[in-house]
Ligand binder design. Structure first.
Ligand SMILES: Nc1ncnc2c1ncn2[C@@H]1O[C@H](COP(=O)(O)OP(=O)(O)O)[C@@H](O)[C@H]1O
Ligand SMILES: [Mg+2]
Length: 259
């Protein structure tokens, strides 16, 4: 695709998908976790990633983050390869809670500051702009008052807020969130939903793995039903139709029972 004339740099960026997977296949030994997954996500959009346990959601995120290498296919972020994109801080990742060591003695503010590493020099000296980004991110998720706590002393919902703050502080055009609502209370979920919608309104693209089908339409502009393959990529309402959910969850599974 070409843009005619003197295109504004932002327009050039906005014309490319924030994230693109092209026929991505990932195998762990004999297990095929992703099978020819193709997916594009545009800037300013929130896309839900919906599927049973083991359907490949976390593997998809890991293939974008370079934590697993696809056996086939290609992943690009904003039109460039993932190594260069990650080096420039173009993608922020909020991992599933199980992937984090909560005993590691680190304070809330320091966790959020790690989101700024890509903006700092090799000596990682935080500058004023970094401190401001951290303070603003903590404010947005309502964690300013707990900024001096150790991460291990927080509730599950508070930890989620901190990791979302870290992603916000990074100011990455693409945000990946792996089950950000797992084990959080409804107040935190509502607050985070609002924060995530605001980020999309600012032009960020968000891909969010979630089991919360009831909140899908409020959170997302579009959704992907994943079952190793992309079963369906459509509006949340279309994805939530029982006959479509049945294609990914099995015919006997009512939406309320999915968790
Ligand atoms: N490190 C691994 N080694 C072997 N198999 C794995 C590994 N990680 C995930 N798998 C398998 O790959 C499939 C997809 O897992 P995952 O991406 O974690 O799914 P989800 O996040 O949707 O629950 C599952 O069958 C899982 O058991
Ligand atoms: Mg997972």
């Amino acid at each position: 695709m070409t843009l005619s004339g003197t295109a504004h740099p932002d327009r050039a960026r906005l014309s490319r998908p924030a994230l693109s997977l092209d026929h991505v296949t990932v195998r762990y030994d004999t297990v095929v976790a992703l099978d020819g997954v193709s997916l594009e996500l545009a800037p300013g959009r929130v896309c839900g990633l919906v599927g049973t346990n083991g359907s490949g959601k976390s593997t998809l995120f890991k293939s974008v983050m370079g934590l697993v290498k696809p056996d086939e296919g290609e992943v690009t972020i904003g039109g460039i390869g993932i190594t260069a994109a990650r080096r420039s801080g173009a993608v922020a990742y909020v991992p599933q809670a199980e992937g984090v060591d909560w005993d590691f003695p680190i304070g809330v503010r320091d966790v959020v500051m790690t989101g700024r590493y890509g903006h700092q020099g090799w000596m990682r000296r935080a500058r004023r702009v970094d401190h401001e980004a951290v303070a603003e991110a903590l404010e947005r998720v309502g964690m300013t008052a707990l900024a001096h706590r150790q991460i291990g002393q927080l509730s599950g919902g508070q930890r989620k807020r901190v990791f979302v703050a870290r992603a916000i502080a990074q100011r990455a055009p693409l945000l990946l969130l792996d089950e950000p609502f797992a084990g959080v209370d409804t107040t935190t979920q509502a607050a985070l939903t609002e924060v995530l919608r605001d980020l999309a309104a600012d032009g960020h693209a968000l891909l969010i793995a979630t089991h919360d089908l009831a909140g899908l339409s409020q959170l997302c502009d579009e959704a992907v039903l994943l079952q190793r393959r992309v079963v369906l990529h459509d509006t949340p309402d279309e994805v939530l139709r029982p006959e479509n959910l049945a294609r990914a969850f099995g015919a006997s599974t009512a939406p309320e029972e999915v968790s």
